[in-house]
Design a protein around this ligand. Structure first.
Ligand SMILES: NC(=O)c1ccc[n+]([C@@H]2O[C@H](COP(=O)([O-])OP(=O)(O)OC[C@H]3O[C@@H](n4cnc5c(N)ncnc54)[C@H](O)[C@@H]3O)[C@@H](O)[C@H]2O)c1
Length: 300
């Protein structure tokens, strides 16, 4: 793939910083739109409040770097916009503010990108839309594997906001005939978080139903973003953006039999296939996991 010009929102955040690094390593030019500065000196951050439509139109049509004089042509829309910025879970701010920021920011980014002629938009959604992670009490997944066709019926504000963003994305993809790919991201594990995260997954698997015994390596998420930018022509698509394998030493079948006996299984699953399956992103975009958890976690 030739180098692309990519506007990335939320590139200063936990997941965004790894995705931006991956895209830069692949030779792309990236402009970060975020309220906070990025720790990465290789990317220019424009301080933008994405809930303000004017700032979003400006940001997406901005120069990518500060030079004296400016040398970039002014009439070229970015090749892609990747929207990660959000209030990334419940209980950071009040529920109404989570809903306001997440829905308005996504609407503004998608609208501005479409109206400015961007042909590829990638949106960070979440596996919380399946309704288990932040449910009131213990609820079951409708069935396993949890693929993109499984019903999304969440009751919490964060997941509801993400579902609204998916609906906005679908409508704009239809209206403008552009590609908008939604990534339903799992619990993001940064490189330094493996020990702590997997101590929980391995020792107390019953506590991790909300993650669907799946995870998303922050660097592999970068690869998924890159693949989304590379593959054109799929229109509106939703992908579970999770890694390959179940987050336990037990096989998928053994783990689900032990912890979710009554949940129906709708097809034969791979021996270690993640219950929140990434089969679609592997088949359609060619995702190949580089960071399987067993590389970083040795003890049982
Ligand atoms: N971290 C996870 O485990 C996880 C799981 C599933 C989905 N996601 C989604 O992935 C995306 C990235 O998550 P993260 O963990 O990196 O979150 P994060 O909180 O670390 O980063 C979010 C970034 O968005 C920016 N931001 C927030 N509001 C903004 C606004 N109004 N204008 C401009 N910038 C704003 C913040 O400054 C921050 O840098 C989010 O959309 C999140 O909902 C994350």
């Amino acid at each position: 793939m030739s180098a692309k010009r990519i506007v990335f929102t939320g590139g200063s955040g936990k997941a965004g910083q790894h995705a931006v690094s991956y895209l830069l390593d692949k030779g792309h030019e990236v402009l970060n739109l975020d309220l906070s500065p990025s720790l990465n000196p290789a990317v220019h951050t424009l301080k933008v409040d994405l809930t303000q439509s004017g700032q979003v139109f400006n940001g997406i049509s901005s120069h990518f770097r500060l030079t004296q004089p400016f040398r970039e042509p002014l009439d070229q829309p970015p090749d892609a916009v990747i929207h990660f910025a959000a209030i990334a879970r419940n209980m950071i701010v009040s529920d109404d503010e989570t809903f306001r920021v997440n829905t308005l920011a996504a609407y503004n980014v998608i609208e501005a990108a479409c109206k400015l002629g961007v042909k590829k938009i990638v949106i960070a959604s979440s596996v919380t839309v399946y309704g288990v992670t932040f449910a009131e009490g213990d609820v079951d997944y409708p069935s396993f594997p949890v693929d993109e066709s499984v019903d999304t019926n969440p009751m919490d504000t964060y997941a509801l906001s993400k579902l609204c963003c998916e609906t906005v994305a679908r409508g704009f993809a239809r209206k403008y005939g552009v590609d908008i790919y939604v990534l339903r991201i799992g619990a993001v594990i940064a490189p330094d978080e493996y020990d702590e995260a997997f101590a929980g997954y391995l020792n107390n698997p019953e506590d991790w139903k909300g993650h669907g015994w799946s995870y998303t390596d922050a660097r592999d998420l970068g690869q998924m973003c890159n693949l989304c930018v590379a593959k054109d022509g799929l229109g509106f698509q939703i992908f579970n953006a999770t890694n390959d394998e179940v987050t336990h030493h037990l096989s998928t079948k053994e783990l689900l039999e032990k912890l979710c006996k009554s949940t129906p299984i709708t097809r034969e699953m791979g021996t270690r296939e993640a219950p929140l399956t990434n089969r679609k992103i592997k088949e359609l975009l060619g995702f190949q996991e580089e960071h399987r958890w067993q590389r970083y976690v040795s003890s049982p």
